[in-house]
Design a binder for this molecule. Structure first.
Ligand code: MN
Length: 377
């Protein structure tokens, strides 16, 4: 990925310029960002996928009187309104986990760190379908892949929602601009920008979403991980109070015990490497309901590529793969980081791995986290 080269996906901006001028700052509308883009699956394949229990799907129906009906998947075919009925939408979250072509559509967006990537959502709408004016806590690229959708977009002064609806619909939304997206057009929106997309005729839209972690959620997750991990710091250390005098106030917690507890926490949190490791494990955790199929007898000889559901990240000390941390160094580290960045490693690079690293990659192949390169291509 050449981050300083002009990109037609970004309307002639380079990824570097886009990140400086638009990312988290202001919307960007790009006409023909992806000329000739094809939906990653057909309407009937989408409806079939929505029936599966391991696929996250939602049906949203506008009732016409300002009321909305939402049904969570799995969605049997008879749960979907007739195609000719206007005003309904089928949303399929995490399509990249299920459909190789959807995973492939994420590749041009890899100028954004993968740690921020959430998923590719596909929405199919009948004429007039949409989910109403709302905000997301996500950076999102809305890529029109079939038919036309009109977006109304604007900053949100009043973030209150209409009461009593199964959807978070903005009570007051005053769009600043509107645009009609045709197949191949794309609209980037930063988090918390109000938007309301309505299909004009049947249409399909792909949303490439980048989650912004919430400080509190991240803290809870990492603290839990730190608590589960004994760490290197004398886990069995006992409180000692050999100097405790006889007390007439047995209900009182002693300052010495308070100090012991505080120090125990401070020492745990002072282990920066453990926090970094917990973060990498957390961010690389596969999505819920993802499982991998073990496959013995595969070889590294022809190069490897990541399974579409695999998440691989790294920091200066570790590589994180599907929630597991590995300490890497030297040439192996360089090669494994290459695998994380490119999601593939050629035969030549695989041959350059040390025997130890080869064994680790072989284990990943056996677990189904990796596949031989030719298998997916
Ligand atoms: Mn949205």
């Amino acid at each position: 990925m050449h981050v300083t080269l002009a990109s037609s996906l970004l309307g002639g901006l380079s990824p570097a310029q886009f990140m400086r001028r638009h990312w988290q700052k202001k919307p960007l509308l790009v006409r023909q960002a992806w000329p000739g883009v094809r939906p990653p699956l057909t309407r009937s394949a989408l409806f079939a996928l929505a029936q599966q229990p391991d696929v996250e799907s939602r049906l949203v129906v506008a009732q016409g009187d300002g009321d909305w009906r939402v049904r969570q998947g799995p969605l049997p075919r008879h749960a979907l309104p007739p195609l000719a009925r206007p005003g309904w939408t089928l949303l399929l979250q995490g399509l990249d986990l299920h459909v190789e072509a959807a995973r492939a559509m994420l590749a041009p967006f890899r100028f954004v760190p993968e740690a921020r990537l959430d998923d590719l959502m596909l929405s199919w709408a009948s004429d007039g379908g949409g989910v109403g004016p709302h905000v997301d806590a996500y950076d999102v690229f809305l890529l029109q892949v079939a038919g036309r959708r009109r977006w109304r977009v604007g900053r949100v002064a009043d973030a209150s929602f209409v009461d009593g609806l199964p959807l978070k619909i903005l009570r007051h939304f005053e769009p600043e601009f509107d645009c009609l997206l045709e197949p191949g057009d794309m609209l980037y929106l930063p988090p918390l920008w109000g938007h309301d997309g309505r299909a004009e005729g049947e249409c399909m839209t792909c949303s490439v979403g980048f989650r912004a972690p919430r400080a509190n959620e991240l803290a809870c997750d990492l603290l839990q991980r730190l608590a589960d991990d004994d760490g290197e710091d004398d886990p069995g250390r006992l409180y000692r109070d050999a100097a405790q005098a006889a007390t007439a106030t047995p209900g009182l917690i002693s300052p010495a015990l308070q100090d012991f507890a505080r120090q125990a926490i401070v020492r745990r949190l002072a282990d920066v490497s453990a926090i970094d490791r917990a973060l990498g494990e957390s961010l690389s955790e596969p999505k819920p309901h993802v499982w991998f199929e073990a496959a013995e007898g595969k070889t590294l000889a022809h190069g490897v590529q990541l399974d579409r559901r695999s998440r691989m990240l790294y920091d200066s000390r570790h590589v994180f793969f599907n929630g597991e941390a590995y300490v890497v160094a030297g040439r192996d580290a360089r090669l494994v980081r290459l695998l994380a960045d490119a999601r593939q490693l050629d035969a030549h690079a695989c041959a350059a791995l040390s025997a130890g690293a080869s064994d680790v990659l072989q284990g990943w192949l056996d677990a189904g986290w990796l596949h031989p390169a030719e298998e997916i291509a």
